[in-house]
Each structure stands twice: as C-alpha cells, then as structure tokens.
Write a protein that binds this ligand. Structure first.
Ligand code: SF4
Length: 218
C-alpha cells in the first residue's frame, strides 16, 4: 500500500469504524478530554481487554478523578477497584505513585510532552502518545498491537516492533492523520482485521491490502 492508497482508504476506514465499537479511551474522551483519566485508563489497559479496562476505570473514577484524590486512596482500595485488570497489584501501586509525582513535580497537572511523560514509572511510548493525542488533542502516533499489525499487513510499512512502527509512520504519514489513526485501527482490528483469521472477505480495504503474513482468513 502506498501513501496514495492510504489517502484513498482513509475515508473508507472512517466510515467502516462508525459501525464498530469504539475503544474505551475514545468513548471516554468524546464528551470531555481529561489527560489524567486517559493516562490512568491507558495504564490499566496494558495486557487487559478493553471491556475489563472500561469497568475498572469507571469504578476507580467513581472513587477519585484527580491526582490529589487518587493519591489519598490506599493501595488496597485501588486494587479492589481495578480488579480484575492484569497485574492489578503492580498497577495499583504505580497509579498511586504516579499521582504523587504529578502533584509534587508537576503541580497536579499531567505533563503534556512525550519526553516528560516517559519519565513517569510504567509509561512507555504508547501511553505517552495516547495522553498527548486523546488527552491534549496534540499530534502524536499511538502504536499498539493493532496499529503495528494492520499497517504491516497492508504492506504500508515493514517493521518488527511497535517502536519501529511509530517512527516509520512518523516518517511517511502526514500529520493530519496521526491523532485518529489509533482509535480507527483499534476498532478495525477488533472488528475486522482480527489478529487471527481476519475477515478479509468482508473488508472494504481488501483491494488495497497486500495481506502480508496472512495465511488464514475468512
Ligand atoms: S484485507 Fe484482510 S488483512 Fe487486509 S486489512 Fe482487510 S481484513 Fe486486514
């Protein structure tokens, strides 16, 4: 797939994902952008299914919605609220610690640069880019497993890791596509271009897709 093809499939992709379920963090930021909630939900989502993340986030935000309020909760209370997300004990400790750092070092505001976000414990490039794009509505490319898998299947890029994918996309993709790419490809990856046996026969992007590495499809 060339950039010219990408420009052609973008409106098709946008239309396609309208009928699919939006990822939790996209749903959460439709009415109001809150960088702190994006940060915490993204940390909860690591190695966890989207619907489990959604439930855990809602229970936790019912108890506390700001770094100050969250910092005032005990680790045990956070653990109980976020269970059964993966590694809930580690995540509970981390969330409390990050809330403390945001209060002490950043005066209660989540930093908005990728470099500063990366200094927070447990925050990698995926989370940092998501806070920048969904929390602050600024340019970034959040690459998760779906973005990495699908852009490689298309033959749009050829990379081995999500880290390489982010930088390859930053090179070739015009900035106007960056912010929405993650939300669209997460929905598309969960509904159509699934990790195992993608639904190629139903896929509107099929004529443009190189299907790199696809051995089984429906
Ligand atoms: S044709 Fe198949 S592999 Fe290509 S984007 Fe569509 S579902 Fe994914």
């Amino acid at each position: 797939m060339t950039l010219k093809d990408f420009v052609k499939i973008w409106p098709v992709l946008k239309k396609e994902v309208r009928s699919l379920r939006l990822p939790w963090i996209d749903q959460m930021t439709i009415s109001k952008r809150d960088p702190f909630k994006v940060l915490i939900s993204c940390l909860l989502s690591l190695r966890t299914q989207d619907k489990v993340t959604a439930g855990a986030s809602q229970r936790l935000f019912y108890l506390a919605q700001t770094p100050k309020a969250l910092s005032g909760l005990s680790v045990r209370r956070i653990e109980k609220a976020i269970y059964p997300v993966g590694f809930y004990r580690v995540k509970a400790r981390r969330i409390k610690k990050i809330s403390d750092v945001i209060i002490k070092k950043y005066d209660g505001r989540v930093p908005h640069s990728i470099e500063e976000l990366l200094t927070l414990e447990g925050v990698g490039r995926k989370t940092a880019n998501l806070v920048v794009t969904r929390g602050y509505d600024q340019a970034g490319i959040c690459v998760d497993t779906h973005v990495h898998r699908i852009t490689n299947r298309w033959g749009f890029i050829k990379t081995r890791t999500p880290h390489q994918t982010e930088f390859a996309l930053r090179e070739i993709l015009p900035v106007r596509y960056w912010k929405e790419l993650n939300g669209h490809l997460v929905a598309f990856g969960q509904g159509i271009c699934k990790p195992i046996s993608p639904l190629c026969s139903k896929c509107k992007i099929n004529p443009f897709c190189a299907k790199v590495g696809i051995t089984h499809h429906r």
